[in-house]
Design a protein around this ligand. Structure first.
Ligand code: TRP
Length: 335
């Protein structure tokens, strides 16, 4: 028996690079959790399919996302790091859960409402509607105790909890009811141009991609919006732009906020930006080199993915068997 609590988290391969918000708000914390938890981490290619994308782009982004997890310090030996579609049990459990999810219940998911409103009723797809059910399957298939998620995924996690409880009530205790895992020490990174909004790839000018050319990274940081004041102080309410730059330095260097601020007393905003750019570049340069070398050795990358999927499937198949037994499916021969 493994006594360590289980954690599950996935990241969607929907961009050519992770950005600072992905890193400092989530992924940077993944290796830390590996020290205390049994972790299942993966690249959510099934989820990414809800947005139509060129096949070659899907493949490349999946490889790059996986390589970036390694570069961010996730240790493939310490847990399972896999590609979602390599573990077919996710999709299998999803069907069972879909049959227990109310139509109205799925329709109330705010992310679905936002995304389908943007796409328009005709170009939205059923995958977008069942996206939270697949996410519930991701979590429940591993019996995850804790799921590190941001605010935007809270409602989806709540659905996972409801579905696990519903299943257990109907069929007897089979699924673990997951808890949200509050990530201490993660910084919420905002858009450099609109410092009251979360950093997002959909607003490129305010977004710093870790795999962008270092010159671009520097330029983006140096053109960050600050304020008309001159004082360097950490006050996200009144000084969102300045505080965001301080958070970036803090997130990347681990230096306490008070120390960063004290060190910048009497300086102008230009110096703050210089320090922020230097911190990002110091992180991005070796990060890019690691990603590059992983991508160049495709065979090794594929081997890592294969090992990760095998580990993940062991856990996933056990849950799926228990679920199939509970709902009355006839056992497959050999299982
Ligand atoms: N929906 C998540 C996001 O966009 C990604 C995701 C898919 C996920 N499955 C998950 C996160 C399971 C946590 C657990 O960020």
């Amino acid at each position: 028996m493994n006594a360590r609590p289980r954690v599950l988290s996935l990241i969607q391969p929907t961009a050519d690079s992770f950005h600072l918000g992905n890193l400092l708000g989530a992924v940077q914390y993944w290796p830390v959790l590996q020290e205390s938890h049994e972790c299942f981490y993966g690249v959510a290619d099934l989820h990414a399919l809800t947005v139509a994308t060129e096949p070659e782009v899907v493949r490349q982004r999946t490889l790059v996302s996986y390589a970036q997890l390694m570069a961010a310090g996730v240790d493939p030996q310490r847990g399972a790091v896999f590609v979602q579609s390599h573990v077919p049990e996710h999709a299998e459990l999803m069907w069972v859960l879909a049959c227990m999810t109310g139509f109205g219940e799925a329709g109330r998911m705010t992310q679905f409402k936002d995304k389908s409103a943007k796409a328009g009723a005709d170009s939205t797809n059923v995958g977008l509607f069942t996206y939270p059910v697949l996410m519930a399957a991701d979590i429940l298939i591993y019996g995850a105790n804790a799921v590190p998620v941001g605010e935007d995924q809270r409602q989806h996690l709540e659905l996972s909890r409801d579905l696990a409880q519903r299943f257990n009530k109907r069929y007897g205790r089979t699924l673990v009811v997951p808890e949200p895992h509050i990530m201490k020490n993660t910084a919420k990174i905002n858009d450099l141009q609109e410092p009251n909004a979360k950093m997002s790839k959909s607003s490129p000018a305010g977004c710093v991609n870790l795999l962008d050319p270092l010159k671009t990274i520097e330029k983006r940081i140096k053109s960050a919006v600050t304020d008309s004041d001159t004082e360097i102080r950490f006050d996200p309410q009144r000084k969102p732009g300045v505080s965001n730059l301080i958070s970036i330095i803090h997130g990347l260097t681990g230096q306490p906020i008070e120390e960063i601020v004290a060190g910048l007393q009497g300086q102008m905003y230009g110096e703050l930006k210089k320090q922020a750019a230097a911190a990002v570049i110091a992180y991005a340069e070796p990060f890019q080199a690691t990603v590059q070398s992983l991508l160049e050795d495709r065979a090794q990358l594929e081997q890592l993915m294969k090992d990760g999927a095998e580990k993940a499937r062991q856990a996933a198949a056990a849950t799926l068997d228990a679920v199939y037994d509970a709902i009355g499916f006839v056992r497959r021969a050999g299982r």
